[in-house]
Design a protein around this ligand. Structure first.
Ligand code: CUA
Length: 322
């Protein structure tokens, strides 16, 4: 019985998973409310039942004593509840204040709501729909607005909720304790698909978060732009110039217009087609065709570039080699 009662009265056992430290604080206060209500209920209803039996009028001659008041008793039953109420007020105010005050170093993510989807935009411009990736263990502040009607961003596991209002910005912040996926609901009736207006907060380790937003941001570049970025970040430019200078390997200048001669006598003329396959092979397996006069010094990139990245490099080399 006591075990059953305690499971009912301890919020942490029936509330959704606690995703943040604040969720734990909210649950602790909630448990206090439940327990103090339960104890008050037992004292009041129990006392009342006891008095009904104890002071039942036994006969017509039974007379109630004439009692006007009792200062001590009245003070006690007023002052104790007052103290409890002030504790609840102070405790609740403290948590409310914490929920409403984002840390100064919080990372910002912009959230836009519209019928009926959630859109997140990260600082580097990467957009997501229906998902918000955030790093674990770092305070995140959501700067939110709505495009049409009122919506409300509600994350039960974080015990926080905030309306989004067209024409103004509202804020929400959290610091996720553990990696995981946390459900987001719209908690303000906004029309036909209100109940389907859901999203997920995807909390991942910081390094993974950085890789995630970088990867997506790179994919937003045009193939030539991505290729240029890769050409520099993957050190292609250490050995290959794009201005005709000869470094360790051949320059990319004139790549498309010159006839390529290889060690062993074979040749390749880009004008006859198939340049994509030639570049692809040369990136993945540089020793397959070694350009005459150059050492076979390039490391193979097999497995370290995605198809998309290889295609981007090809487009960049084609555009530089015209
Ligand atoms: Cu958006 Cu309900």
């Amino acid at each position: 019985m006591l075990k059953w009662l305690s499971s009912i009265a301890y919020a942490g056992t029936f509330m959704p998973l606690q995703g943040t430290a604040i969720a734990g604080e909210v649950d602790a206060l909630y448990s206090f409310l439940l327990w103090s209500s339960l104890i008050s209920f037992v004292l009041i209803v129990g006392g009342m039942s006891y008095f009904i039996v104890k002071f039942k009028r036994r006969s017509n001659n039974d007379k109630t004593a004439y009692i006007t008041h009792n200062h001590v008793l009245e003070f006690i039953w007023s002052f104790i509840p007052f103290l409890i109420m002030m504790v609840i007020f102070g405790w609740g105010w403290k948590i409310f204040h914490d929920i409403k005050t984002p840390p100064k170093d919080a990372m910002e993510v912009f959230i836009k709501a519209k019928k009926w989807q959630w859109e997140a935009e990260h600082k580097n411009g990467l957009k997501e729909v229906g998902e918000v990736h955030v790093p674990v263990g770092r305070p995140v502040k959501l700067v939110m607005t709505s495009e049409d009607v009122l919506h409300s961003f509600y994350i039960p596991s974080f015990r926080i909720k905030q309306d989004l209002v067209p024409g103004m910005y509202t804020y929400l912040w959290f610091d996720v304790k553990e990696a995981g996926t946390y459900q987001v609901f719209c908690a303000e009736y906004c029309g036909l698909s209100h109940s389907g207006m859901m999203a997920k907060v995807v909390a991942v380790p910081e390094a993974e978060y950085n890789a995630f937003i970088d990867g997506k941001a790179v994919a937003k570049l045009s193939p030539v732009e991505l290729g240029k970025k890769l050409f520099e970040t993957r050190s292609c430019s250490t050995c290959h110039s794009t201005d005709g200078t000869i470094k360790v390997g051949p320059s990319m200048k004139g790549f498309m217009t010159r006839k390529h001669e290889f060690e062993g006598g074979a040749t390749f003329d880009p004008a006859s087609g198939g340049v994509e396959n030639y570049i692809r092979e040369s990136v993945l397996e540089p020793t397959a065709k070694v350009v005459k006069g150059f050492p076979p010094a390039m490391p193979p990139f097999k497995g370290s570039l995605s198809d998309e990245e290889i295609s981007a490099l090809i487009e960049y080399i084609k555009s530089e080699g015209k």
